[in-house]
Design a protein around this ligand. Structure first.
Ligand code: GLA
Ligand code: ZN
Length: 674
């Protein structure tokens, strides 16, 4: 949540790069942006070369002009630090700032997001730039947020990083013996005799390919180390800014389910979470919803910021389709519906050259407001003004939660076997959709979050059980919670070291089962099972289960493990644990989760036709229902409670039938007190 006294409505705006243009058009920009209801611009995201033309010179004159211009035009500023692309002089003078890729290739100058996070030179100059900017603009009252760097990401495998990795490992393991044990280096005689023996795990050492490692222990630690290294870069800039502007919240823009960085850990150090939403052409609205919910869950369910989305089109997909009329509005409200307090774009004016020249913008190359996209942006701008502060800071109540964990993600997908088709996020999505398609609100939380406020907790493919997690899950069930865990759970500790003595390892008691083997199926094959008289496929992994106290809900129908349980239920204290031993179809998850939700008294926010999404946000005794029609047809909905439509300025009666147009949106506000 953007905690700033000047923020009392949904911030509307986004990236603005006037330095790519001659000053003669800036006045027109300002006129058009004001006309579109834009009230915030993210500036200074990629200006390092302009701000520091050589090692000793800092020149903020041009940025001062931009700041003055947008301030004179009544806009707020989200201030970038420009450290996501280093200047050419720095690369020439200090090649150590250039990354080494996964395949061992040393980069030259070019691209962006390309600095070695462990280069002392990069660290020194990036932090210094952030400091100088904060010092220079500390009295600029319309700076409502800082946007550090940009979409941190990737990884570096240079010698600096290798050295820093050894130090990171020494701190973690203290002794080489402990490290050798944790990584099981007696396998293939990889025992390390000296810290210097340890090299970074990439194509030159332990990897078959980027996703598959021969030694999961070292690869996992490198993933953690790389994420931590970039987090240190962020923290250094954060502290430099805080020193001068303690009141202004600081963020960096995240990217949804972005594997290389453990965002759950990052979020602890960010004042608010922000992210960039660029759905692929085929992405379902549930997938996008899940990303929003992940972002909301990073920081205890607090509202987040939609930092970027394209007003119309991206440039980096193989095929870049236009957002159809109405879709920009619908998706902007979807972000708000899931907890965003901003609607922001990349970018304000379309670039004239280089790789983003065909990326959508509020103002197109034609340079006027006379375009479909501009009109849609302006109409939305007007609506957001009308909404005022009604949604700002509102929370999203959920009785169900799904656990998502980055270490677990890395571990599952680094593993050689049992099935390279297994994708953690896809399995999480299957469960998420089981809730979301029925408009049941669900939080996505981390393993370290408090489980106790939820009636239902799902931990899909909890392959890695980190210390204490088993006990916390047991306590959750013991105290009355309903827990669902799935196939391939409990197999390893935090170093991908198998928990011996029977699967699912430390979750055995909780699940009341023993998994003797797991069968891994190619994509073309499946087993089947019958759940409540309906046949469903068993895909990808089939756990072969023996009950040790649990009851079977259904059995495999084919192959040598025919008749063995697929799904089990174990009473545990005053709660229970379900174990779903395979991956199945969307229809199965709909059916199964409906039953479990019924059992837990969790009901949809509102009954709605297919492809109509409903969420709610609550604040000060008021609820706002977001009813979003994602389908290509108009749909009839029945209004659940008497209330006001905040966008259409009219009231509805309870049980009133209302037609919601294709891509249409209703924001229904009502008082919670009956
Ligand atoms: C990312 C970046 C922006 C821009 C957009 C284009 O989100 O943060 O700088 O490159 O992609 O889609
Ligand atoms: Zn490096």
């Amino acid at each position: 949540m953007i905690n700033h006294p000047n923020v009392n409505k949904i911030l509307y705006g986004g990236d603005y790069n006037p330095e790519q243009w001659t000053p003669d058009i800036w006045e027109e920009d300002m006129k058009l942006l004001r006309k579109a209801g834009i009230d915030v611009v993210t500036i200074n995201v990629f200006n390092w070369a302009m701000l520091q033309p050589d090692e000793i010179t800092y020149d903020f004159a041009k940025l001062d002009n931009t700041v003055k211009m947008v301030t004179d035009n009544g806009m707020k500023i989200c201030m970038g630090t420009s450290t996501a692309a280093h200047p050419a002089w720095m690369a020439r003078k200090y090649p150590e700032i250039l990354r080494v890729e996964f395949n061992g290739m040393k980069r030259k100058f070019g691209g962006r997001h390309n600095s070695c996070p462990n280069s002392l030179v990069y660290q020194k100059y990036a932090t210094r730039l952030a400091k100088k900017l904060a010092q220079h603009y500390k009295d600029q009252e319309n700076i409502v947020a800082w946007h550090v760097n940009n979409e941190y990401g990737g990884a570096c495998y240079c010698e600096n990083c290798e050295k820093a990795f050894r130090t990171w490992l020494q701190k973690k393991y203290q002794t080489l013996d402990a490290l050798n044990r944790a990584w099981n280096t007696s396998f293939w005689g990889h025992t390390f005799y000296d810290w210097e023996d340890i090299v970074s795990p990439n194509l030159l050492s332990e990897h078959f390919e980027e996703r598959r490692s021969m030694f999961q222990g070292i690869s996992l630690d490198y993933a953690r180390f790389n994420s931590d290294s970039m987090l240190e870069n962020f923290k250094a800039e954060y502290q430099a800014i805080k020193h001068y502007m303690p009141e202004v919240p600081i963020t960096t823009n995240l990217m949804g389910f972005y594997k290389p960085l453990n965002y759950k850990k990052w979020a602890k150090y960010m004042d608010f979470v922000s992210w960039d939403n660029y759905p692929g052409n085929e992405e379902s609205y549930s997938e996008t919803a899940m990303k929003h919910d992940l972002m909301r869950g990073l920081k205890d369910g607090l509202p987040f910021a939609l930092m970027e989305q394209t007003p119309s089109v991206s440039n980096w997909l193989p095929d870049n389709s236009l957002k159809r009329p109405g879709v920009l509005r619908l998706w902007s409200y979807q972000a708000i519906a899931h907890g965003s307090d901003t609607v922001m774009y990349f970018q304000m004016r379309r670039s004239p050259g280089a790789c983003e020249k065909f990326h959508g913008a509020v103002i197109d190359h034609v340079g006027t407001g006379n375009t479909r996209v501009f009109r849609e942006c302006a109409e939305l701008g007007e609506e957001l003004i009308k909404l005022g502060d009604s949604t700002i800071g509102a929370k999203t109540p959920s009785k169900a939660a799904i656990v998502f964990d980055w270490d677990n993600w890395w571990a599952i997908e680094y593993s050689a076997g049992p099935n390279t088709n297994l994708r953690y996020v896809e399995e999480v999505l299957r469960y998420y959709q089981g809730f979301h398609k029925r408009n049941i609100s669900v939080d996505i939380i981390g393993l370290e979050d408090d489980f106790s406020s939820y009636d239902l907790l799902v931990a899909p493919v909890l392959y890695m059980v980190k210390p204490g997690v088993d006990k916390r899950l047991e306590a959750y069930a013991n105290n009355g919670g309903t827990l669902i865990i799935t196939f391939l759970s409990g197999l390893t500790d935090e170093n991908d070291y198998i928990t011996v003595g029977g699967y699912p390892g430390k979750l055995r008691n909780l699940a009341g089962i023993w998994v003797e083997e797991f069968d891994s199926l190619p994509l073309t094959k499946s087993n089947t099972f019958c759940y409540q008289n309906k046949k469903y496929p068993a895909k990808m992994i089939c756990d072969i289960i023996h009950n040790k106290g649990a009851k079977s809900l259904t059995f495999y129908e084919e192959d040598f493990y025919q008749g063995m349980p697929v799904i089990t239920k174990n009473q545990f204290g005053s709660g229970k644990c379900y174990y779903v031993g395979t991956s199945s179809s969307d229809e199965f998850y709909q059916h199964f989760l409906k039953d479990i939700c019924d059992e837990c008294n969790i009901s949809p926010i509102m009954e709605a036709p297919a492809n109509v999404e409903v969420t709610q946000r609550c604040k000060n005794g008021k609820t706002i229902l977001f009813i979003l029609n994602h389908s290509n047809e108009d749909k009839k909905v029945i209004i659940p409670k008497k209330g006001n439509d905040l966008l259409a300025d009219k009231g509805y009666m309870e049980n009133e039938e209302v037609i919601i147009k294709s891509k249409g949106v209703i924001l229904l506000a009502y008082e919670d007190i009956e």
